[in-house]
Design a protein around this ligand. Structure first.
Ligand code: NDP
Length: 293
């Protein structure tokens, strides 16, 4: 006797929301009230991460918060901390509030930095400026990593530091402390990458060239001077062979790539240079051969 096949249960297709790239990941992004850090926070939020944004300027941080809340259906996935990274209480507030709100830390982006200016240049730069410059561009990174290390080991997390081509072999002699601080950061990145990879934590960095952000404004330059400089550099092949300045998002995409174990698992202790070709130019190649003969 032929056996009737069982009747399949009433099965309705329930469409599942696609899992976002950083769903469930807790990310701290320093210097996310502006520029590259803010663009990075926005991208992480779009990709489902739980994001801690931070900076000193409450108004700018509020603007960043509003921008992110427009994108997410989960306002609880955002943690906003007004803090100065050169003050150890500020660092503790960032780490502790993230742990309280999200319960863990998966990714640390050490982005905050500045080419602080007090009007002195070259070897005339003051010792006070040297201390301030190293404090925000180097020491704050070291302290953040020390404070988050045990948590990142628990999650086998990722660290991405934002350096600069100013830390590479080409020099920007007007601002030696900023360049030296970023060089120190590059070597620190390599050293700790080798140490932390044994615990499953990856450390990398990105070294941008010229990016249009609040960076020059923070040096005290008015917007019209900043725009003039950006236009000059973009239209001069000796400055930026690609012919344009980067936007914050261009660097943010690289930061997300380096934070994504599925995309960049075998990259350890490296810095990706993103400078439109700036650091390839030598004094000789900056000129047209026809001008020489
Ligand atoms: P922005 O000035 O636009 O942003 C800098 C961010 O760092 C702001 O959110 C600022 O917040 C924060 N920050 C600065 N000092 C402190 C501090 N003491 N405590 C807490 N937060 C601080 O500049 P960028 O986005 O360009 O800079 C981001 C990173 O990129 C920096 O590390 C910079 O060195 C690097 N970089 C930038 C380049 C460029 O051309 N723009 C080129 C190469 C590297 P707030 O003011 O609210 O405190």
């Amino acid at each position: 006797m032929a056996v009737e096949p069982p009747t399949p249960p009433n099965c309705h297709f329930i469409p599942m929301a696609p899992t976002k790239r950083f769903s469930g990941k807790s990310v701290i992004i320093t210097g996310s009230s502006n520029g590259i850090g803010r663009a990075t926070a926005v991208l992480f939020a779009k990709q489902g991460a739980q994001v801690t944004i931070t900076g000193r300027d409450e108004e700018r941080l509020e603007a960043a918060k509003k921008q992110i809340l427009k994108l997410t259906s989960k306002p609880n996935d955002l943690n906003v901390v007004v803090a100065n990274l050169t003050d150890s209480k500020g660092l503790d507030d960032i780490v502790n509030s993230t742990l309280t709100k999200f319960g863990k830390i998966d990714i640390l982006i050490n982005n905050a930095g500045a080419n602080i200016s007090d009007g002195t240049l070259n070897t005339d730069q003051s010792i006070e400026l040297y201390q301030k410059t190293f404090q925000i561009n180097f020491q704050a990174v070291v302290e953040m990593i020390k404070k988050t290390k045990e948590h990142l080991i628990k999650t086998k997390g990722e660290i991405v530091n934002v350096s600069s081509i100013a830390g590479n072999e080409q020099t920007f002699s007007a601002t030696p402390y900023y360049c030296a601080a970023k060089s120190a950061l590059n070597q620190y990145t390599r050293c700790i990458a080798l140490d932390l990879i044994q615990y499953g934590v990856r450390v990398n960095s990105v070294s941008p060239g010229v990016v249009v952000t609040g960076f020059l404004g923070a040096m005290g330059l008015p917007d019209e001077v900043r725009d003039k400089m950006a236009n000059f550099m973009a239209s001069n092949k000796a400055c930026i062979p690609a012919g344009f300045c980067a936007k914050p998002n261009d660097i943010a995409e690289i930061i997300l790539f380096l934070s994504d174990r599925k995309k960049s698992s075998y990259i350890v202790g490296q810095s990706i240079v993103a400078d439109g070709g700036t650091s390839l130019v030598t004094g000789m190649t900056a000129f047209d051969m026809h001008e020489m003969i």
